[in-house]
Every structure is written in C-alpha cells, then in structure tokens.
Design a protein. Structure first.
Length: 191
C-alpha cells in the first residue's frame, strides 16, 4: 500500500515476511552478523552510535556517512535470499545492505535522509523490520508535515523517488520498553 505523503514515494507492506519466520530471522541475524558499534562525527564531535550495525554487500560497495566509511562484508545466505526476494518485488538489483540492531527501546537513529552521493539521485531504499515493533518517524524538510508508522516484524517499507530529497526519517528512543529489533536497509551503491 502507498503511504500518502506529498513529495514522497513510499510503499508499505506490513506482512512481507510471515511473523513467526521474521522473529526467528531476527534472532538468527543477531547471532550471525558481524555487529559493530562505531563512532561518528556529529556537530564537530565524536559520538558513539546508539545501536549496533553491520555492512554487507558486493565487492566495491563501500559506504560513507558522517565521515565513517564501511567496507562490505560478504553476503550471508539469509541476506542474499532477502536481496533476491526484494529484486523480485521491486525490480531493483540491490548490491548492499546496512543492518542495524536496536538492542532495546533506548537504541535509536536520529533524523537523517539517505542521500549520500554513492546512492545516486532518487535512491530506492528497501527496509525490512524484524523483531520488536518500533515507530518509524518522518518529517518534511521544507513544510510543517510529519508522519509515523508502526513497523511490525516482517514488514517492508520502500522509499524511492524524491523521498530522500524532501523528507527525513528516524527511529527515536522510547520510554516504552521494547525487546530487540533488527532492521535491514537494502541499497544500491552507484560505483
């Protein structure tokens, strides 16, 4: 289903992966992926990222944001399978994925757009949520507009077109206790 927001092209599929399979996959990926907790530069100072992350992809798909460059690890069988399923669903040949692990309700990602140069103009971002439900917040960069979606385990959110140009998004800290969530954002790095 389309998410009706101006200046954006967002589709949401709440049941892309069966609920039981998605929760089992969250645990498997938590155990299997090579997680790291990096530091980035924000407003001129180093800060520890409040979540775990891992970068997987084809050779040569380095990814840089906030002065942090990540070199891709080799695809796991599970990530490669999901990449193939997304290709069938979207027609996009994704070549990389940023995995984020939100260990609990205190882990987060602040307001940002996925608009790094290596993603090209009008990038397609396919985001799969596994594990705990969390809210995905959106706010327009130039208008007084905001929106939020609850992302259940197994859901797929696709952002494309002018979305990154006009909107920011975040997964904010919560006061409501929450177990672990793994989020996979598949991307296509332009070489």
């Amino acid at each position: 289903m389309n998410v009706p927001l101006p200046d954006a092209d967002i589709s949401f599929f709440p049941h892309f992966i069966d609920l039981a399979k998605s929760k089992a996959l969250a645990l498997l990926l938590f155990e299997q992926l090579d997680w790291r907790q990096d530091e980035i530069t924000m407003y001129g100072r180093k800060v520890t990222i409040p979540r775990l992350q891992a970068w997987y992809g084809d050779q040569g798909t380095d990814y840089t944001y906030s002065k942090l460059t990540m070199k891709p690890l080799m695809w796991t069988d599970e990530l490669n399978y999901l990449k193939q399923q997304l290709h069938l669903k979207t027609g996009v040949a994704f070549n990389s994925v940023l995995a984020n692990c939100y260990r609990n309700h205190r882990d987060s990602v602040s307001w940002h757009s996925d608009n790094e140069p290596e993603l090209g103009n009008e990038p397609v971002i396919a985001s799969i949520s596994l594990g705990a439900e969390r809210y995905f917040h959106l706010k327009h960069k130039y208008k007084s507009l905001s929106h939020k979606l609850k992302l259940p385990s197994g859901s797929l959110l696709i952002m494309k077109g002018k979305t990154q140009e006009n909107w920011q998004h975040a997964v904010l800290k919560s006061r409501i206790e929450s177990p672990m969530r793994v989020n996979l954002t598949f991307r296509k790095i332009i070489k």
